[in-house]
Ligand binder design. Structure first.
Ligand SMILES: [Zn+2]
Length: 294
């Protein structure tokens, strides 16, 4: 009797396992479908740098695996143009490029730098944006007034070429808004990359039609970025990594890469109380509207 009961239970448990297994495999295939629908765009990255020379193909494979469909490469100065072009030529469908002179590269030779950047920018229609450009008074204020001149010049180019700009602003929001106010009424558009301002700056940027680029910082415990962007709304947000910098939790401190966008995306999902798919959908739409990814 005992034996028969045991056998029956085993058969029953076995069939339950089979059912559970088939349910799991359905769930798995639904997850796969969902995953293939989730598409993110990393709107700011430097994966052309030598930090990725050993494993760039793996970095890109990991990004594609989690649903990153495109990465926008931002230039820094003359020294980075070539490596960026090489990376883009290797992955022409996966990458897009922005051309600009970064404020921390504005030094004694700023005029030569600016000429080189202009030559590159005007050489064909390879660039979808002027960037990264801006003001950085965090490290060094020696060339503060030159930085402003360089920024203005590049904003002029963006308007004449009808391209959006990628703004890098560090400890210089008031100064940047002062420069931007000179362009009032002009068709200037773009993103405050790695947005690091407060509530007022966020509102001001969005009122001017700019988007806010949000990356790893939003996942940091000591950051109040989540509270700042929550009232702004997801419709004004772009996803970005700024790889190799600013890796999100749980990879903080390590080399960043586009696949880490999932952690930024998930944090935004909890800030805005919408599901991950919605975050991807809206931020991808925002990126596509700002940059011409055709
Ligand atoms: Zn950058």
């Amino acid at each position: 009797m005992y034996f028969i009961v045991t056998i029956t239970s085993i058969v029953s448990i076995n069939s339950q396992f089979t059912t559970l297994n088939s349910q799991l495999s359905i769930l798995n295939s639904q997850l796969l479908t969902l995953n293939s629908q989730l598409k993110m765009i990393d709107t700011h990255s430097h994966i052309y740098g030598s930090e990725y020379d050993e494993d760039r193909a793996d970095v890109i494979a990991r990004a594609i695996e989690v649903g990153v469909e495109k990465v926008l490469l931002a230039n820094v100065d003359t020294s980075t143009i070539n490596e960026m072009l090489i990376c883009h030529n290797q992955y022409p469908d996966f990458t897009k490029m922005a051309m600009g002179l970064h404020p921390t590269s504005v030094k004694e030779d700023w005029q030569t730098e600016l000429r080189n950047i202009e030559d590159a920018l005007r050489a064909g229609n390879k660039y979808v944006s002027v960037g990264e450009i801006g003001l950085d008074l965090y490290w060094d204020k020696t060339f503060a007034s030159e930085q402003e001149k360089v920024l203005e010049q590049q904003l002029d180019w963006a308007i004449s070429l009808n391209l959006p700009v990628i703004l890098h602003i560090r400890k210089a929001h008031a100064e940047t808004f002062k420069v931007l106010s000179k362009f009032k009424g002009k068709p200037l558009r773009g993103v405050f990359h790695c947005f690091g301002g407060g509530v007022e700056e966020a509102k001001k940027a969005v009122d001017m039609g700019f988007l806010l680029g949000i990356g790893g910082v939003v996942t940091y415990k000591n950051s109040n970025l989540g509270e700042i962007i929550e009232p702004i709304g997801i419709n004004h947000i772009l996803l970005e990594t700024d790889a190799p910098y600013l890796s999100p939790v749980p990879n903080r401190g390590k080399r960043n890469e586009p696949a880490n966008l999932v952690y930024v995306r998930d944090r935004l999902s909890s800030i805005f109380q919408i599901n991950s798919q919605k975050v991807d959908e809206i931020t991808t739409k925002n990126a596509r509207e700002l940059f011409d990814f055709s």
